[in-house]
Design a protein around this ligand. Sequence first.
Ligand code: HEC
Ligand code: HEC
Ligand code: HEC
Ligand code: HEC
Ligand code: HEC
Ligand code: HEC
Ligand code: HEC
Length: 258
Amino acid sequence: MHAMRMRSLPVLLISLAASGAWAAKDSCFECHSVQEGMSIVFKDDIHYKYGISCADCHGGDRNEDDGNVAMNASRGFKVRVAREDTPEYCGRCHSDAAFMGKYKPGQRADQAALYRKSVHGQQLAKGNKKAAYCVDCHGIHNIRAVDDPESPVHPSRLAGKCGACHGEIARMFQQSRHAKVFTTAGMAGCSVCHSSHATEAAGVATLAGAAPVCGQCHRASSAGGRAAAIMTKKIAGLAPAAQAEAAREAAHALSLAP
Ligand code: HEC
Ligand code: HEC
Ligand code: HEC
Ligand code: HEC
Ligand code: HEC
Ligand code: HEC
Ligand code: HEC
């Protein structure tokens, strides 16, 4: 972690110097640090640490002390971003591999593309305001590196984050044998089986179909693999109406395991 920071630092300095952002004025940050009712705590956000500040997302003119000028549409200021436009908004930088590479060499730039195809992205596009979007999982103004223990998507906290919307499933999972071993091994709660940005619709076939998700980690001959086979068989023996419920409990609570 620290070694990686040190390696990327010279690159960061060069790119900041090139953009003229180094030690530049930042009236937005200054005013909003103290502005009553509109104070924004931003100093722990990973963007701030990498020299990305308010105007890089919201537009406006960071060199102006007068709020009416700094936050004027004529200076590129945009008041709000609609929920459904957020993947584009964040993806402006995060889908640009060359841009991201200047800050963190090798950083992935596929989050918005994967997200748009995911069940959450599809639901958002259809107008479902309850579907998770970038800000639900990562926050606003307090966004952390994903390996920062304070990040809501850090492996130790992810089940709680997904559980904010999928509460019943998270409770089942937290009591399972998996939850204990995943914690010890530093494995993320939900995304190991469902992915983070490429989450697909899940059903009985995810557990009991031709390519069950369990096979990613358990060989058929292992204890987990044999358990998965037994669970599948038990589910196949149920009436169709009961299968989905049983599969949900089996996958998350490992309830039908021997
Ligand atoms: C002199 C203080 C001051 C400066 C400088 C300033 N702001 Fe503001 N900002 C405010 C105040 C006060 C409000 C709330 C009232 C309003 O909307 O004008 C606000 C509102 C906002 C909002 C919310 C708008 C909304 O309607 O929800 C955003 C976003 C914002 N500022 C970003 C910025 C950015 C980006 C900059 C720099 C380009 C900046 N501010 C510079 C004081 C300031
Ligand atoms: C990484 C992009 C990003 C950066 C950097 C950023 N913001 Fe925001 N900001 C957002 C998003 C996304 C929202 C929520 C959507 C919206 O309301 O537009 C938001 C909302 C806001 C709001 C209105 C919501 C509220 O809390 O009342 C204000 C005010 C604001 N930002 C000010 C700032 C200031 C000041 C800074 C710098 C200290 C800053 N932002 C830095 C992305 C960013
Ligand atoms: C359902 C929750 C969720 C949503 C929605 C989400 N993310 Fe993530 N994101 C995660 C998790 C969990 C990780 C941790 C790495 C992993 O397991 O893939 C992550 C990692 C990241 C990273 C670090 C690099 C990487 O890919 O690992 C970036 C950058 C990122 N997300 C940006 C975004 C953007 C931009 C959006 C919106 C288009 C978004 N995320 C939507 C959960 C989410
Ligand atoms: C102006 C460009 C820009 C915009 C817009 C932007 N980001 Fe970032 N983001 C960066 C840079 C640069 C970094 C630091 C390098 C890195 O960590 O990949 C970063 C880092 C991150 C990380 C931490 C990745 C890691 O290293 O673990 C997350 C998560 C993230 N951004 C999410 C978002 C979300 C969500 C939005 C939209 C609300 C957004 N970003 C908008 C440029 C941007
Ligand atoms: C802000 C709320 C919210 C958060 C946070 C959230 N989701 Fe979702 N999720 C939804 C909504 C809404 C749907 C679509 C409706 C539904 O099927 O429940 C959905 C759908 C799903 C589906 C498909 C369900 C199906 O019926 O096939 C899976 C799997 C899923 N989410 C997993 C996750 C995982 C894993 C995380 C964390 C990385 C997560 N979700 C975080 C709201 C959320
Ligand atoms: C060991 C792999 C695994 C883990 C870990 C896991 N899931 Fe699942 N999940 C599955 C399988 C398999 C299914 C399909 C079973 C079914 O519901 O028919 C599923 C189904 C789902 C569904 C759809 C349920 C429905 O009503 O159809 C959601 C939502 C979901 N999981 C969310 C989560 C969340 C949130 C977490 C973390 C708390 C999580 N999962 C952890 C394997 C997993
Ligand atoms: C991301 C990797 C991963 C996935 C995917 C996964 N498991 Fe596991 N599972 C583990 C680990 C690690 C253990 C603990 C070590 C072991 O027993 O192999 C474990 C243990 C188990 C155990 C306890 C075995 C015992 O020795 O008592 C069962 C049962 C189990 N898993 C079933 C499943 C089922 C069913 C699925 C699919 C829904 C699944 N696992 C998916 C990693 C995974």
